[in-house]
Ligand binder design. Structure first.
Ligand SMILES: Cc1cc2nc3c(=O)[nH]c(=O)nc-3n(C[C@H](O)[C@H](O)[C@H](O)COP(=O)(O)OP(=O)(O)OC[C@H]3O[C@@H](n4cnc5c(N)ncnc54)[C@H](O)[C@@H]3O)c2cc1C
Length: 375
């Protein structure tokens, strides 16, 4: 009999895992707390490593069509003068995939359509999980199921992690984040690049995600922001005029605000017939743009282990071993980058910008090689 795997959470991690397992011939049953596969009103950058996985899953073309190709990633000063540039063409040629910026809703739609909505149970918020012979899962609506194999893809505040694993710690980065999407005619030179502009204790990133749409994000040290409902044009007034035009073109009520947290690295992501993937296992700050990409790599590794002939429940310990080092390196590097990006005093900013301009190309390349190389 084919095994059925219960996956908690239909975020990018849960959906990619479900599609992977389904393609390997397993039955999947996803339980998602939201009433719909909710398109968060923001974009996402799928770096080369994630796109390599989607290529293997056969959905590269659909994602490329729905998104926009990115060939350069630039850190700049507040006037959009480059401090550091990563040219992605070498990786495009090596792996035959590009970095793609896309609306999150579009990505989720592609994944959900591939999996089939029959396998996705909405309005099913897991409230309790207990191990007897099988796992007993109880949902907020008091319904209950039993399942032999469970994958917790339920995000940074994972119920599966909190109830089955040792106590873990969420770390507050003390940064507030605004995200938005607007329609604007960006100058052509920005069409195929991500720009992240660093100022004093704040930064602003933007990238084109389709013909008409631009996704942007902005972060600031929380202590300098009394309320999240501030006038962002004023707050970023010293930044380049393109950035101010992007903010002005965004409907205020559509801006998403969140505080930035990560999960202090934990070593145990799996137990008997259960495992954690994505943010549930290794949530990171967004500074390397790798959180979802790492969730997608988790799914890839599970799939690869199934290909090697292991039964799904026997892949979990090997998966944890294979994935831990890279995922934790990303969490820790991203945490440090976030601190550096938010230096506030003028001398510190000058020194940082000077150092950024003088980072040897080989150091940037080493980090990018590590990130884009699949486990
Ligand atoms: C500002 C910002 C920008 C980012 N930019 C990027 C980027 O450019 N590239 C990138 O790769 N990553 C980026 N990330 C990180 C990325 O968003 C996350 O790492 C990714 O969404 C994690 O996916 P996930 O499926 O593991 O978890 P989630 O996206 O959190 O999904 C978890 C799912 O589980 C559901 N759920 C939760 N609890 C329960 C429950 N009890 N029962 C049932 N369902 C439940 C939720 O509703 C949700 O659908 C960014 C993050 C932030 C904050």
């Amino acid at each position: 009999m084919t095994e059925t795997v219960s996956i908690i959470g239909a975020g990018i991690g849960g959906l990619t895992t479900a599609l992977t397992l389904k393609q390997k011939g397993l039955n999947v049953n996803i339980f998602e707390s939201s009433a719909e596969i909710k398109p968060v009103g923001a974009g996402i950058i799928l770096a080369n490593n994630a796109m390599q996985v989607f290529q293997k899953l056969g959905i590269q073309d659909k994602i490329e069509k729905a998104g926009n190709k990115i060939s350069f990633m630039k850190i700049t000063d507040d006037q959009l003068q480059p401090l550091s540039v990563v040219n992605l063409s070498e990786y495009e040629q090596k792996y035959r995939v590009s970095n793609i910026a896309i609306h999150r809703g579009e990505l989720q739609k592609i994944l959900a359509n591939e999996i089939g909505f029959d396998n996705i149970n909405l309005s099913k918020q897991l409230s309790k999980i207990k191990k007897n012979t099988l796992y007993k899962l109880t949902f907020e609506d008091n319904s209950m199921i039993e399942s032999k194999i469970v994958i917790g893809a339920d995000g940074i505040k994972s119920v599966v992690r909190n109830q089955l694993f040792e106590k873990s710690t969420l770390r507050n980065a003390n940064q507030i984040c605004w995200r938005g999407i607007c329609e604007i005619d960006l100058p052509e030179k920005y069409h195929n690049e991500l720009n992240e502009s660093w100022g004093k204790g704040k930064r602003f990133g933007f990238v084109k995600i389709s013909d008409k749409k631009v996704y942007w994000y902005a972060l600031a040290n929380s202590k300098n922001v009394e309320t999240s409902d501030i006038n962002l044009t004023e707050f970023f007034s010293e930044f380049h005029s393109t950035i101010l035009s992007i903010i002005s073109a965004t409907k205020k009520e559509q801006i998403i605000v969140s505080d930035i947290f990560d999960l202090k690295p934990i070593n145990k992501w799996q137990g008997e017939n259960v495992c954690l993937i994505g943010d549930a296992a290794h949530a990171t700050t967004p500074n390397l743009g790798q959180g979802a990409c790492q969730a997608i790599e988790d799914a890839y590794v599970l799939g690869k282990l199934l290909d090697s002939g292991l039964e799904i429940q026997n892949t979990f310990a090997v998966y944890e071993n294979l994935r831990r080092k890279k995922a934790h390196t990303i969490v820790n590097t991203s945490w440090s980058v976030g601190k550096m990006a938010h230096i506030e005093n003028s001398l510190g900013v000058w020194l940082r910008n000077f150092a950024m301009k003088n980072i040897p190309k080989s150091a940037n390349k080493k980090q990018t090689d590590m990130i884009f190389n699949l486990n």
